[in-house]
Design a protein around this ligand. Structure first.
Ligand code: NAG
Ligand code: NAG
Ligand code: NAG
Length: 217
């Protein structure tokens, strides 16, 4: 009898662990999917607004080991004089070999070095967490909820970026320009859409998201 109870106990504990591990995996999948679409959405919007911009090289702190002989094309980029990699997505400053730039406009989320992927991922994380919490608590997915969640995305962004120089972004959500507000809102809307499109309510044992009332697209 004692043995049976012990066995049941082991099974229960083990079962819960398996369940929580798979919930964690589902949550990681949710975040990664949202981060991926959020980044490609940014690329599309950026190109639509700046049709003549062909690249957007940014300094990366991630040490990646590139083969020096792959940096073949001398070019003057917005970041200065560089040698560009054969893949055209990475550049190295001509006069400082430890300065590596990546073209975030022409990279998929999967190609981004970890420092640049981090922000997308962190934004996706905040959006996913609040969407999932909202579904579990059966909140009304109305315009008000979307606004509030977008505001949280912005607040969390400010916390991560306190040392950034762009002071115009360090203001309450209501004071942001429409363009900036829309970035936060996009993260929330993408998370809602992908939650349904990937049938994540099955994975999280919840219900699909139904918008209530008028939602500004
Ligand atoms: C770098 O690339 C060159 C030319 O493609 C090749 O000969 C060399 O072996 C490579 N070096 C390393 C460390 O991979
Ligand atoms: C070269 O770049 C690295 C990384 O940005 C920087 O820390 C270093 O000071 C630079 N070196 C020179 C000589 O400018
Ligand atoms: C934000 O806007 C409100 C009015 O809409 C204004 O009273 C407030 O001072 C602004 N705050 C900042 C930090 O710009």
């Amino acid at each position: 009898m004692h043995l049976i109870i012990t066995l049941m106990h082991v099974l229960l504990v083990f079962g819960n662990d398996v369940e929580s591990i798979s919930l964690k995996n589902h949550f990681q999948f949710f975040i990664k999917t949202v981060a991926t679409v959020y980044h490609s959405n940014w690329r599309q919007n950026f190109l639509a607004k700046n049709p003549f911009v062909k690249n957007r090289f940014k300094l990366t702190n991630t040490v990646t080991h590139y083969n020096s002989s792959d940096f073949q094309y001398p070019m003057i980029l917005t970041v200065g004089s560089c040698l560009v990699h054969r893949n055209l997505k990475v550049a190295r400053a001509r006069y400082n070999l430890s300065q590596i730039y990546v073209d975030i406009l022409n990279m998929n989320y999967d190609e981004l070095p970890s420092d640049w992927a981090y922000e997308n991922r962190a934004t996706a994380h905040v959006a996913c967490k609040h969407i999932l919490r909202g579904v579990r608590r059966k909140v009304l997915f109305d315009e008000n909820f979307i606004q509030e969640t977008s505001e949280i995305v912005h607040i969390e962004w400010m916390k991560r970026n306190v040392h950034r120089s762009q002071q115009e972004l360090m203001v309450p959500y209501v004071n942001l320009t429409d363009v900036e507000k829309d970035k936060d809102r996009q993260a929330v809307m993408i998370a809602c859409r992908l939650y349904n499109d990937h049938y994540l309510y099955y994975r999280f044992n919840t219900t699909p998201i139904h918008f209530s009332g008028h939602i500004f697209e």
